[in-house]
Design a protein around this ligand. Structure first.
Ligand code: CP
Length: 302
């Protein structure tokens, strides 16, 4: 994985993905290791972020790396009309690795092709979010003790939710049964469903959340992605489709854990937060360990 970009989760083999999770476990036990003191990490966020940017920066800081970057296009020369290529070529002169979020699908692949150094995709439009996928896999393995043979329920915006796309593809390596809960307008894209079928796995589609709760080992809630809708009226129609409340979990499996990539809007009530099945804030913390593992591995220190 040394010096390689991570744009799609499929850029790393199953064994490589597992290796990242194993190294992340080491960082969870011992998070402060100044092994990246000679490196500069650039975080280029052309789209808003709380968790991904700050957990990458926290991960880099805990490993002793210097961090440079920007958190919006407005604070970079992109606002003066600079191209993505020129931005990447310039920043790669100042850093050893670029972590980039961009609203356009395919932008991270393009950046990786023009950059002399490695690029990590921190989310490109509604396409992929592979580092979120690795921390989701870490969280699933940690809470279930395994990744194989699980019933995973994806709930909400399965059409535009990039975390769902990347994670669905990754989990197809582990004999997953998929329960896909969404409004009819926001079903999982055909290319992801085709991928699941090609692996001879089963998916079931629902509109009712209550129906899947007793069958699930993991419920992966997602926000309806308002920023991806071209027509605000269409967003208004689906924005409150799901709201998981504590009283809905009475018939859930003992081992059920609730994940959410966050931010949430109103799809999980705050009364769920104190339920032992709620795992989304720990999931966000796991992002630091996984991103430490990614930075250390791609920079060739692990
Ligand atoms: N999960 C996630 O990508 O969150 P942010 O948008 O806050 O980075």
């Amino acid at each position: 994985m040394k010096k390689r970009s991570l744009v799609s989760i499929s850029d790393f083999t199953k064994d490589e993905q597992i290796r990242i999770l194993d190294i992340a476990e080491e960082f969870e036990l011992n998070p402060i290791q100044r092994i990246l003191e000679d490196f500069v990490v650039a975080t280029l966020f052309f789209e808003p972020s709380t968790r991904t940017r700050l957990s990458f920066e926290s991960a880099a800081s805990r490993l002793g790396a210097k961090v440079i970057g920007f958190s919006s296009s407005a604070s970079s020369s992109v606002s003066k009309g600079e191209s993505l290529k020129d931005t990447i070529l310039t920043v790669s002169n100042y850093s050893d690795i670029i972590v980039m979020r961009h609203p356009k699908e395919g932008s991270a692949r393009y950046a990786s092709e023009v950059s002399p150094g490695p690029v990590i995709n921190a989310g490109d439009g509604s396409n992929q979010h592979p580092t979120q996928t690795l921390l989701d896999m870490y969280s699933i393995r940690k809470t279930q003790g395994k990744l194989d043979n699980l019933n995973i329920a994806f709930v909400g915006d399965l059409k535009y939710g990039r975390t769902v796309h990347s994670l669905s593809i990754a989990l197809s390596q582990f004999n997953t049964t998929y329960h896909l809960v969404s409004p009819p307008e926001l079903k999982l894209p055909s290319y992801v469903k085709r991928h699941i079928k090609e692996k001879n796995l089963t998916y079931h589609q629902y509109t009712d959340l209550q129906e899947v709760i007793p069958q699930a080992d993991i419920i992966y809630m997602t926000r309806i992605q308002r920023e991806r809708f071209s027509d605000p009226i269409e967003y208004e129609k689906v924005k409150n489709s799901y709201n998981l409340e504590n009283n809905m979990l009475a018939k859930a499996r003992e081992n059920l854990r609730i994940l959410h990539p966050l931010p949430r809007v109103n799809e999980i009530s705050e009364d769920v937060d104190s339920n032992e099945k709620a795992y989304y804030f720990q999931q966000a913390l796991n992002g630091v360990y996984v991103r430490q593992a990614l930075l250390a591995t791609i920079l060739g220190v692990k």
